[in-house]
Design a protein around this ligand. Structure first.
Ligand SMILES: Nc1nc2c(c(=O)[nH]1)N[C@H]1C(S)=C(S)[C@@H](COP(=O)(O)OP(=O)(O)OC[C@H]3O[C@@H](n4cnc5c(=O)[nH]c(N)nc54)[C@H](O)[C@@H]3O)O[C@H]1N2
Ligand SMILES: Nc1nc2c(c(=O)[nH]1)N[C@H]1C(S)=C(S)[C@@H](COP(=O)(O)OP(=O)(O)OC[C@H]3O[C@@H](n4cnc5c(=O)[nH]c(N)nc54)[C@H](O)[C@@H]3O)O[C@H]1N2
Ligand SMILES: [Mo]
Length: 895
């Protein structure tokens, strides 16, 4: 520790800090305008000057490191005079009117604290106002040239939207491409607004809405990254959202959805009263009536068809507590194991493949390993759009020197930062990843320590002999030398960290694709080590939690097999649990089509729009006797076939926990009162359970009570109490209350001779092959501004950046088919037909297309097939053979 003297008093501090860091939040704190703890200090504003004994001139506290024995004075007469002069210069140019309208920002606060109010005499410059962006108001006449916007865009977001034009007095900050903000490369993350100290950049909502009265720390309700937020409210609405600076995942950063995607909470078409459908009309009913109705109809279905004709879908958008209740409801009230969630359609293959090979079906490492990795491999995931905080952290790691391998048929934005970009034909991960393993052995690049511990090592090498890079190059459409280069990089520049997404899992061989990635990590020793591992980028905010709580027919809470743990749960729940295997979502749909499955309760999951092969989904939904939809909005599922609608609370209206991609449990906190009559998902389910005579199993007073029951049946989560979560999240395994949680799994793996088994995965091409009639391959997936079915993002003002679905098409295909940018096309597959807008881009290869699936106007899933993963039935959303024809811009296809 260093000894310092600050303003005559001794202090100790850790070495390696700047003077500003030591002073911050103490009585000796100094003013500063250009610093932000998320940014590299530049010593630009000259306000944090301090005197150091023995030095002739004052130094900037933000750029000077502490040294042992330093004597620092922070508020001498001379320094305060310098500060006042500096502020006076800035005040002279700051618009008087802006100061009078709102002087709550950091700069104006400082002006007031130095008594310089009367010296704010600048004039407004209307030409410096840019009102083009839906959420961000720009008025550069309030700019004080601290460059925090320019720097944060670069240093946090890894983008270069803002630029300082000209020099000295003439300096002005404008988008780097010279346009307005809306038309620039801005991705609307709001980081520049968050850091701006002078009101030059502000959220429009802050301008328009009432002053917030409370602020609550909670977790984002969009993707599985798990960013923490400060939600500012006036009790009934969310006014603004800011990132939590010391949050372990997002570290003061957010993406557009987390920051601006909250208008849905107060959307005028949000449904906040229960409804029952009578013919084509939805009738409002009381809660009492709705609950009785659901209870009676469920009971009637069970009586007539048996409990296995009923199923429940938990919601990956809802809390762990609520998903625990959903699966307990299925098992205890209905008496079936027919319970599932949207993990089925995204990362069920990951959970299955990793569990089989490593023993745990979850990310092996943490996001903090990104900064430790020497190589990062991203396979079939598009994190700059779908997990932007992860994507941005990857870009920063690359800027600091890490190598990046991107494996994606499309030239996703991350490819611009990659050392190597491999563009396999969709559906050919297996031969590609096998060929990487082949090269690793061929060139002796495997980890020698791993070889000693890996079972059937020679068999595996033999198996790979059919998968040389040269042998697979044509099938994959990737140059053999590029495959070898990727293998060399991954195997030698260690630690190498792998991230994967739906480009791996949503295939006929999804589970096997994941196993190929695990093979690669094992043979190179990239498991159980910092900066390494196999890491799925999980989809929804709580999809990892939803399945882990037991919303999966084959597993119980804690992700344990039903068959082995049934008795333990029967004892804990004091209720029998069926031993009959349950149906997963896709099997429920099949059984419904066959007339064997009669009632479904879908909690926060719009399967009508998002399930594959709409024709079969519709047939299934319409054959049900009872379809209960529990959501915030009248989803397509409800519109198409709903019987009852139960209005649920959104995440800002309730307490609970979410589990992110890296196994981190974090507290979700109520920020506003439930809208209208909406209720939390757990309360609704417990009330129906009560009406069905099972009240004693569902007698919970609050979310914490449910959580404590979860802890009692889940040993690896037993140490995670709500009290501990007050201080931040905890990653399981965390078996005891003094356990710190686990950031890296499988640290002991190479010590155990029997644990490691490689899998020989033979390639099985998908039946979705192109033909003369269907000559193109369609990939489906997502883009930045909309989230899945668009129910929430579609109601936000940033929806205008992606108002409708579009299909990306290569220039060569567009030219051949006579299709221009923005024109409507008709896409036909073997299963259905849609009309959609085309966008012509070199991001996709000729012969391949990519489309999003957010809207019912397009209903993209009419095109997708019934092909599924061989092990866990995840739909093959990623490959469909199609043909495209121009239709002109007026055609719309009616249902
Ligand atoms: N903005 C936004 N963010 C989201 C979502 C959203 O809708 N919008 N949804 C959330 C959800 S639920 C999920 S599950 C995640 C999904 O996040 P991602 O896994 O990133 O999702 P996708 O965009 O569906 O697919 C990823 C990539 O797989 C590529 N791909 C397709 N086929 C293949 C193949 O055969 N091999 C390889 N290597 N790649 C292939 C596609 O080109 C695409 O770029 O995102 C979450 N985050
Ligand atoms: N073609 C194609 N189709 C796909 C995919 C693809 O890549 N291509 N991806 C698939 C994947 S990975 C996924 S995850 C699915 C996503 O499909 P969905 O899960 O249907 O998509 P979301 O839009 O996330 O819908 C979740 C619903 O939950 C509601 N909701 C939000 N919060 C709460 C809450 O707290 N309680 C309740 N009760 N409701 C709430 C929202 O209003 C919304 O209606 O789509 C799948 N479909
Ligand atoms: Mo997902």
């Amino acid at each position: 520790m260093f000894q310092l003297i600050i303003n005559g008093r001794s202090r100790t501090c850790a070495p390696g800090q700047t003077i500003l860091e030591v002073l911050r939040d103490t009585a000796d704190d100094v003013p500063v305008l250009c610093a932000d703890r998320r940014l590299t200090p530049i010593g630009g504003c000259r306000l944090c000057l301090v005197e150091i004994k023995g030095q002739t001139r004052p130094v900037a506290a933000c750029t000077t490191s502490v040294a042992d024995g330093m004597e620092i004075s922070t508020h001498t007469v001379e320094i305060e005079r310098l500060r006042r002069t500096q502020l006076r210069l800035l005040a002279r140019d700051y618009p008087r009117q802006a100061f009078e309208d709102d002087s709550s920002n950091a700069f104006c606060t400082l002006i007031r604290s130095y008594g310089l109010e009367s010296e704010v005499i600048g004039t407004a410059h209307p030409e410096l106002i840019d009102d083009s962006h839906p959420c961000i108001h720009v008025d550069m006449s309030q700019c004080i040239h601290c460059f925090r916007c320019v720097r944060i865009c670069e240093e946090l977001a890894g983008r270069f939207v803002w630029r300082a034009w000209n020099r000295g007095d003439q300096t002005s900050i404008r988008p780097a491409d010279g346009t307005n903000l809306r038309d620039s490369d801005c991705v609307s993350c709001g980081a520049c607004v968050d850091t701006c100290p002078s009101g030059a950049l502000i959220d429009k909502r802050d301008l328009q809405l009432a002053v917030p009265t409370t602020e609550v720390r909670t977790v984002c309700a969009y993707c599985g990254t798990g960013c923490e937020l400060h939600v500012a409210t006036n009790q009934s609405s969310v006014i603004s959202v800011r990132p939590v600076v010391d949050a372990p995942v997002n570290k003061g950063h957010l993406c557009v959805k987390g920051r601006y995607g909250w208008e849905f909470v107060n959307a005028p078409d949000r449904i906040t009263e229960p409804m029952i459908r009578e013919g084509q009309q939805w009738q409002r009913v009381s809660w009492e009536h709705a609950i009785r109705f659901v209870a009676e109809r469920l009971q009637a279905t069970m009586d007539q068809w048996g409990p296995d004709a009923v199923g429940i879908l938990g919601s990956a958008r809802a809390t762990n507590e609520e998903n625990y209740i959903a699966q307990k409801f299925a098992r205890v009230v209905i008496g079936t194991n027919n319970v599932d969630c949207c993990a089925r359609v995204c990362h069920a293959p990951t959970a299955a493949g990793m569990k089989l090979m490593l023993g745990t079906g979850a990310a092996t490492n943490s996001f903090d390993d990104i900064e430790l990795a020497r190589t990062i491999m991203v396979c079939g995931a598009n994190p700059r759009e779908n997990h932007p905080i992860v994507g941005d952290r990857i870009v920063q790691a690359v800027r600091r020197g890490a190598d990046l391998i991107v494996i994606d048929p499309r030239r996703i934005e991350l490819a611009d930062h990659a050392t190597l970009h491999l563009q396999p034909r969709p559906g050919t991960n297996i031969p590609l990843l096998n060929a990487m393993a082949h090269t690793i052995f061929q060139e002796g690049l495997h980890d020698p320590a791993a070889a000693d511990h890996i079972d059937k090592w020679p068999d595996f090498q033999n198996f790979l002999s059919d998968y040389s890079p040269a042998a697979v190059a044509d099938v994959c459409g990737v140059d053999a030398e590029l495959i070898r280069a990727a293998a060399r990089l991954y195997a030698t520049q260690k630690p190498a960290m792998c991230f994967h997404g739906l480009g791996v899992t949503e295939h006929l061989q999804g589970t096997e694709g994941v196993m190929c990635l695990v093979n690669l990590a094992l043979i190179t020793g990239n498991i159980g080590r910092p900066g390494a591992g196999v890491n799925p980028l999980r989809g929804q905010n709580n999809v990892q939690g939803s399945a882990h709580m037991g919303c999966d027919p084959g597993i119980l809470t804690g992700s344990v097999p039903l068959a082995e743990h049934r008795a333990r749960f029967e004892a804990a729940w004091q209720a029998p649990i069926s031993s009959r295997p349950g149906l997963n979502l896709l099997k429920m749909m099949d059984a419904a089509e066959e007339g064997k499955f009669k009632a479904l309760w879908a909690v926060g999951y719009d399967i009508g729009l998002t399930n594959p092969n709409t024709e079969s989904t519709l047939a299934a939904l319409r054959s049900l006797d009872l379809l209960v939809v529990q959501d915030l909005f009248l989803t397509e599922t409800a519109r198409l076939a709903g019987t009852v609608f139960l209005p649920a609370c959104s995440s800002v209206e309730k307490d609970g926990t979410f589990m992110n991609s890296e196994r981190r449990i974090q507290r979700v906190r109520k920020a506003i009162e439930p809208r209208g009559e909406s209720r939390t998902d757990w309360e609704i389910m417990c009330q129906v359970a009560g009406a069905m005579g099972k009240a004693k199993h569902f007698a919970f007073q609050d979310a914490e009570e449910i959580w404590n029951e979860i802890r009692s049946v889940w040993p690896a989560g037993a140490g995670i109490t709500y009290a501990r979560l007050e201080n931040g999240g905890l990653q399981w395994p965390c078996p005891t209350e003094d356990h710190p949680g686990t950031t890296i799994l499988h640290k002991e793996i190479f010590a155990d001779q029997n644990r490691i088994k490689l899998r020989q995965i033979a390639f099985l091409p998908t039946p979705e092959q192109t033909s003369d009639e269907y000559p193109l391959l369609l990939i489906t997936g997502r883009a930045l501004y909309q989230f899945n079915a668009g129910t929430m993002t579609g109601r936000s003002s940033t929806a205008q950046f992606q108002p409708e679905d579009a299909v990306q098409m290569a220039p060569a295909d567009a030219e051949r088919l006579g299709i221009g940018e923005g024109e409507f096309v008709r896409i036909r597959s073997r299963y259905g037909e849609i009309a959609i807008k085309a966008t012509v881009t070199t991001a996709v290869k000729a012969g391949e297309l990519f489309a999003t699936f957010q809207s019912a106007d397009v209903f993209l899933n009419r095109l997708t097939s019934r092909t599924r993963d061989r092990f866990v039935q995840t739909p093959e959303y990623k490959v469909t053979a199609v043909r495209v024809d121009p239709v002109g811009s007026t055609v719309s296809i009616a249902e």
